[in-house]
Write a protein that binds this ligand. Sequence first.
Ligand SMILES: [Mn+2]
Length: 320
Amino acid sequence: MKIFEKKKELLNSINKASQIYIVAHKNMDLDAINSCIAFSYYLKTLNKESTIIIDDIKHESGVKKVLEDYSSMYKAVKSKDVSNTDESLLIILDTNKQGLVQNSELVDQFINIINIDHHDYKTSSIKKGLSIIDENSSSTCEMLTEFFEKEKLELNSKVSNLLLGGIVLDTNYFQLKTTKESFYYSYYLMNKGASMEYVNTLLKQNLDDYVKRLKIIASVKKRKGIAISRGKRNNIYNKEELAKAADILLTFKNIKASFVIGRISKDEIGISARSMGGIKVGKIMEKLGGGGDEFEAATVIKSQKIDEVVSSLNKIIKDI
Ligand SMILES: [Mn+2]
């Protein structure tokens, strides 16, 4: 579903809201924060003020840079400082799962909700309010760009950079989930002044993180086009590191799906899975207590050794 198809309902909710909050998923990435700031820009053009809810304490470097570079363009609060009434509106971007929202209680706390997202819509997805989900879109930023183009919204280079940043991140430089629309809207944004040079600065990696990721990748074992890598037994990784390694594995020749396994806390092993679409990684992760869609999925397994997790994963993969 496209945003413009629901324009009437969208504007209706926005216009009658006494105050508007915008929130994205936990551990924000560039698609999350950039779509929040771009949406608050759109609201400003409608003469509506909005506030972004951010509970994340640590930000990855691109998100940190955006929060600094765009500090004059948004207002942010922590969820504990949200003062909503029955007339307040909550706009949830870049996730449709209550448990993934910065603070999941917000979904219960608000009566009026609009959810705009590009991830798989499931029975477990947020059912409250207006849901605009476009699973064919690469990113929330691509969805917003499409809407803004239809609306003939004036876009300056700063806002265009935000939107392009989200598209480039979620497509991993036009390699994943990339359609002709992803190219078309990127072209559109570059015509409005977006620069790959700026986007590249947001996506620049830290060398130490890169080396750490290479070490995980170097452990790869391949079987039938599926790449499986694992972290060191006693190292603790964050989930994003596992996800990035899985993204990278998918860029190689003849790799249809990737799984990266690593310890994410003393008692938890995480798996991050990626697929070109043919191998349903969401289904595989469900078998291990997690979930996701056909392109991206993950799980967290408690009280097991990394070798045990690797062998259960191998068993499931053998059967597909
Ligand atoms: Mn996204």
